[in-house]
Design a protein around this ligand. Sequence first.
Ligand SMILES: NC(=O)c1ccc[n+]([C@@H]2O[C@H](COP(=O)([O-])OP(=O)(O)OC[C@H]3O[C@@H](n4cnc5c(N)ncnc54)[C@H](OP(=O)(O)O)[C@@H]3O)[C@@H](O)[C@H]2O)c1
Length: 291
Amino acid sequence: MKIAVIGADGQLGSDIVAACRADGYEVVPLTLAQLDITDETRARQVIAGSAASVIVNTAAMHHVEKCEADPARAFAVNAQGVRHVALAASAAGARLVHISTDYVFDGGQAAPYLESDCPLPLNVYGNSKLAGELFVRTLAPRHWVLRVSGLFGSHPCLEKAGGLNFVDLMLKLSREREEVRVVDDEVLTPTSTREVARQLSHMLRRGADDGLYHATAEGHCSWYEFAREIFRLSGSPIRLNKAAPGEFPMKVPRPKYSVLENASLKRQGLNVMRPWPEALAEYLREKHGIH
Ligand SMILES: NC(=O)c1ccc[n+]([C@@H]2O[C@H](COP(=O)([O-])OP(=O)(O)OC[C@H]3O[C@@H](n4cnc5c(N)ncnc54)[C@H](OP(=O)(O)O)[C@@H]3O)[C@@H](O)[C@H]2O)c1
């Protein structure tokens, strides 16, 4: 099987490329230089030319503040660009695996969101990603839409400040400061990109129904609790405190609770996601040599 990966040098794309190669698939890695999904003609040419039977789209504009400041660009990439990919995958008769986000929800719920729950995004990023999902679901008959959340992976995420994910940012602060303050009123599921790649490998091997999937690690935590586990596992003596309400005012509204239940994966006996602390321990071991 031949698999084309769009956004191949991104945080998640890099791990998907590695996992697919390890499984023995032929991989066509597509970086932004090779395919800008906002170019419809190029998307059709490159996807047809790849002769891949599976197209994985990880490309996105996902910096929440930048999306809010430039909605036209956010929709050009996350909605219209995804439409181009969906049309091209469909014309080529390929399966489209599209990566989406927990930010399609408003966070008003107190229990994990199911795939059947109604999305209601709070910001431009979430709206543009939801529009992208809908294009996939209506234009690409053979599709898996995977909603992921709170990603951390070995490859730098260039959209984030200094390319640092939350784990690496906390480790850096623990070397530079004596105290760090982190918000405790946003609850999510931190998810390792390696785990998402493993989950996708499993679906490719075993097969799965077309449709929408929540694909996050098991369990949940606040950003404060996430930081506490990072410092515990790394043996950092830094003082960690909860940020006071309003201490870090949000410029753009975000869901306060965006925990997803992998209900569709579980229903089909396909969920291989581990609890987030296990995946975090593996990440710290493999990337930072922390045992
Ligand atoms: N990061 C998170 O915490 C998080 C949480 C939930 C969902 N997600 C979703 O997960 C996916 C992967 O995120 P990530 O963390 O791996 O992001 P990332 O590291 O920023 O990777 C995104 C990749 O897409 C490429 N790209 C950007 N615009 C493009 C365009 N117009 N055409 C083609 N490629 C383009 C980027 O290239 P350049 O680097 O060259 O710009 C990069 O290689 C995204 O769909 C995102 O919405 C992420």
